[in-house]
Design a protein around this ligand. Structure first.
Ligand code: SF4
Length: 325
């Protein structure tokens, strides 16, 4: 008996299976590559080869694509990233007070008091410090991203890099390279700059209390962890499954939900083989003119999302009295 969690983001699609004791038994990481439906189908093909769909007794979704994921796979819980990350963090350590989460495209801070989320902030605008930005810098410096943190830790000294925004940071790094600084010093300077940027923007006005968990793909970067510790003045912790916390949280929340409802809405693995695609239209129900997305599986409509008023969400053509198409 397993609970499935899917974290569908713009950069990556993560799938996690946890058992009834919330231990992680399977994790799948895929690049979304601008095609979220295909990414989920790929993930389901992998699961289908290893598990019987009847073993999945609950399914949950999170991430920016959680509505689309829910429409195509059938989800018992659809939660935003804050809720999913907090749930997984609290499962890992009940003492957590602050979650620093830096993913491929955005960063967040979540403040927790006595097991309850009391405050949070997200930065989806500035690319500096996100996984995609660090990947790009690693590529430019011709260093495997896995070794990026080691370079920072090896640096004998640091150099100040302007980390206020991605464009400034990159041009300042190039400038410092031209001045003859070592890659190690520049990378350490970059980590310091990105941490300053995070604390001054995402963490602005927040009291960061220990215990702090560092989650998301960027938590793999030891240089970033060290820079946070230097700036905050205390140790921060990286959970073993730091890059899967959203999917794990979604799975656990789904399990909790099914305990209440007694049955799952999970549709099984058949979507791995079926032709699933989306179409959008402008709703003319009111001046908002929402762009509503319609998801098809072969000729059947699985669901709608994108409406601001729930006129379409959760409806099928049968309910709406419309013909397919
Ligand atoms: S979906 Fe709702 S809010 Fe959006 S245009 Fe239609 S009626 Fe208006």
């Amino acid at each position: 008996m397993y609970y499935l969690g899917v974290d569908l983001g713009s950069v990556s699609t993560d799938l996690a299976l946890v058992d009834k004791n919330h231990n992680l038994v399977e994790k799948i990481y895929l690049k979304t590559r601008g095609n979220p439906i295909k990414a989920i189908q790929e993930g389901f093909k992998i699961l289908k080869d290893k598990y019987d769909e009847r073993e999945i007794t609950a399914a949950g979704t999170t991430g920016s694509g959680r509505m689309i994921a829910s429409a195509i796979m059938g989800a018992d819980a659809v939660k935003n990233e804050i809720t999913a990350h907090a749930r997984a963090a609290l499962e890992f350590d009940k003492e957590v007070r602050t979650i620093i989460e830096i993913g491929g495209q955005d960063s967040k801070i979540i403040i927790i008091n006595k097991g309850i989320v009391t405050d949070f902030a997200m930065n989806t605008v500035c690319a500096a410090g996100t996984g995609s930005f660090l990947d790009r810098q690693a590529e430019r410096l011709e260093i495997p991203i896995e070794e990026f943190g080691d370079y920072a830790l090896r640096a004998g000294s640091t150099v100040r890099i302007a980390g206020r925004c991605a464009v400034f940071a990159e041009s300042d790094m190039i400038h410092k390279q031209q001045l003859g600084y070592a890659k190690e010093e520049i990378i350490r300077g970059l980590c310091d700059a990105l941490v300053r940027n995070y604390l001054n923007n995402v963490g602005k006005g927040k009291t960061i209390l220990p215990k702090v968990l560092f989650q998301g793909g960027v938590a793999a970067n030891k240089g970033m962890k060290a820079a946070f510790e230097k700036e905050l003045g205390f140790e921060i912790f990286v959970p073993e499954n730091y890059s899967m916390m959203g999917a794990i949280g979604a799975a656990i929340i789904a399990g909790d939900q099914v305990k209440k409802t007694g049955k799952t809405k999970f549709r099984g693995f058949k979507l791995a083989e079926n032709n699933i695609f989306s179409r959008s239209f402008d709703c003319d129900g009111c001046p908002n003119r929402c762009e509503v997305v319609k998801i098809y599986e072969n000729d059947n409509i699985l669901g709608y999302f994108g409406d601001r008023c729930s006129r379409w969400t959760g409806k099928t053509n049968e309910i709406l009295g419309l013909r397919s198409g």
